[in-house]
Design a protein around this ligand. Structure first.
Ligand code: FMN
Length: 144
């Protein structure tokens, strides 16, 4: 529950909180998700969180810039960080079949699935993070 609470308390553009999270623990519902992604290992996870957003609830910048994906991603990442601290393994999945995901839950056409995240305890020891760009390629210090 603390994991979900961490997401609920996340900041969002103009505090619109345009997110909805479907939390799946039942195996029947997990099975329904199998068609949403090319590899179905994620349905073995103890819990699957489907992060959604309603663009109509979200703030829109004057020039049309949309922030609902960012809002939902920030909330989901807060859940992921909290879950990681609690010793759970998680994974981001966005390469899902949107139609299949909407169909699996009968999600309203106004709601967009942003990401699917399996959570669970794992025996696998996670390796070091190694395949990242060097710091000087991504941090740009501006000295006045
Ligand atoms: C926004 C986002 C979307 C991702 N989508 C997928 C995905 O659809 N399928 C997948 O296998 N991994 C996905 N990942 C995981 C990344 O591929 C993975 O974190 C990256 O390759 C670095 O690997 P590492 O975290 O093991 O170092 C996603 C990660 C992020 C942050």
């Amino acid at each position: 529950m603390h994991v979900l609470e961490a997401g609920r308390l996340a900041p969002s553009a103009v505090n619109r909180q345009p997110w909805h999270f479907i939390v799946i623990t039942g195996s029947n519902v997990k099975e329904r998700l199998a068609d949403t992604y090319s590899k179905d290992w994620f349905i073995q996870a103890q819990v699957i969180i489907v992060a959604c957003a309603d663009p109509n609830e979200a703030w829109l910048r004057e020039d049309g810039g949309e922030y609902w994906k960012i809002d939902a991603a920030i909330a989901l990442q807060k859940m992921i960080l909290f879950a990681t601290k609690e010793g759970l393994e998680t994974w981001w999945l966005v390469n899902f079949d949107e139609q299949a995901a909407n169909g699996a839950f009968g999600i309203s056409p106004y709601i967009c699935v942003v990401a699917i995240t399996p959570l669970g305890y794992s025996d696998e020891v996670k390796g070091e993070v190694y395949n990242r760009k060097p710091i000087e390629k991504v941090i740009h210090l501006e000295h006045w």
